[in-house]
Design a protein around this ligand. Structure first.
Ligand SMILES: [Zn+2]
Length: 139
């Protein structure tokens, strides 16, 4: 019996997503909890290269911005871009929308291979700072 069978929008490959830790955090008074989606990390400085909220639903950009608040805060703290990723596994497509742009929210739809290539391109654009490299040494 799965610990948590999930919902139609949030079932992982095993259909046995263990959310026990998340569950024990949520009742703590005065604490909010968010589950961070798998985040690309630079292999050199071990710093996140971007942050994203991944959902299998996209209503409109205002909804996406509203549902990515903690992702945008995290991105701001790390000085990295924040994205909303609309994952459409039935179509093999992923639509990536930049959230922390000043005036617009440019988006692009990719196949899985194109998306993986795009993530690789983001890594290629990433610059390891001396601060990040120093932080990696002590962690
Ligand atoms: Zn780096």
């Amino acid at each position: 019996m799965p610990i948590n069978p999930g919902t139609s929008n949030n079932v992982e490959r095993t259909r046995d997503r263990d959310l026990e830790f998340s569950k024990l955090m949520r009742p703590i008074p005065g604490i909010k909890v968010c589950d961070i989606d798998p985040t690309p990390i630079c292999p050199n400085c071990e710093h996140p290269i971007l942050a994203w909220e991944v959902k299998r639903e996209f209503r409109n950009i205002y909804w996406a911005v509203c549902h990515s608040k903690y992702t945008r805060i995290l991105a701001l703290a790390f000085s990295i871009p924040a994205y909303f990723v609309y994952h459409q596994p039935a179509d093999g497509k992923l639509t990536v929308t930049l959230l922390n742009a000043d005036a617009e929210f440019p988006s692009q739809t990719y196949t899985v291979a194109e998306f993986q290539n795009w993530v690789g391109e983001q890594q290629a654009k990433h610059v390891c700072t001396s601060e990040n490299l120093e932080r990696q040494k002590i962690a």
